[in-house]
Design a protein around this ligand. Structure first.
Ligand SMILES: N[C@@H](CCC(=O)N[C@@H](CS)C(=O)NCC(=O)O)C(=O)O
Length: 211
């Protein structure tokens, strides 16, 4: 049996939706970041980096959304969460890697500016720059979605749950998300999926109220 360690509203929502979309049998175990539960001795034994998500499998723990989502797609092939051809699969991994290594860190500048400077007076500037570059990334996602049903085209893939995390973070920091027409229409399509709704309800995600 798989166990997903997640915190409501965190990037772990991507893997959480991935498991549900795959029809996997799994347990979901909250690790509340706001309460510091990711720094407890017990959790650090699961993920010594003190981050969510982490997925406990029968053969050990896996971290990083990109790897967890790829693993889920491979473990549950019937759910069709990754293209079957090598290039299509690699493109999907490429998009997830970009979400992880570029889009996510921009938001970290907004949410945790103290991690990027020891000068308190520099934090506001870091936040502002982070917000601007985060929105520029969301505009790029909006462009990627032009004329497409899902991020990779006609096929719903692991990239889609991952991109929903950043739509919800944009809303959280009051960015003008409605300006992003393709991304917003795609978000509405996402919210019609039973697996997505189930996880958003479990995580009490405000996107559901806004819809
Ligand atoms: N690249 C990682 C990022 C993991 C990550 O930074 N998770 C955040 C939540 S969004 C976390 O656990 N933060 C706690 C901390 O840094 O103290 C992934 O995609 O899994």
């Amino acid at each position: 049996m798989l166990t997903l360690y997640y915190s409501p509203g965190a990037c772990s929502m991507a893997s959480h939706i991935g498991l549900e979309e795959a029809g996997a049998e799994y347990e979901s175990q909250p690790v509340l970041l706001a309460k510091g539960e990711h720094k407890t001795e017990a959790y650090l034994k699961i993920n010594p980096r003190g981050k969510v998500p982490a997925l406990k499998t029968e053969d050990g723990v896996l971290t990083e959304n990109t790897a967890i989502l790829t693993y889920i797609a491979r473990r549950y092939p019937a759910a069709n969460l990754l293209p079957k051809d090598a290039l299509g699969e690699a493109r999907c991994i490429s998009t997830m890697a970009w979400l992880s290594n570029t889009v996510h860190p921009c938001f970290t500048h907004v949410f945790r500016p103290e991690r990027f400077t020891s000068e308190e007076s520099a934090q506001a500037g870091i936040k502002e720059t982070g917000k601007r570059s985060f929105f520029a990334n969301l505009q790029e996602i909006d462009g990627l979605l032009a004329g497409k049903e899902w991020l990779q085209g006609a096929q719903f893939t692991t990239c889609d749950p991952y991109a929903l995390v950043f739509y919800s973070w944009g809303t959280r920091i009051d960015l003008p998300m409605k300006e992003l027409k393709n991304y917003t229409a795609w978000k509405d399509r996402m919210l019609k999926r039973p697996a997505v709704r189930k996880i958003l309800e479990r995580e009490k995600n405000p996107l559901l109220q806004a819809a």
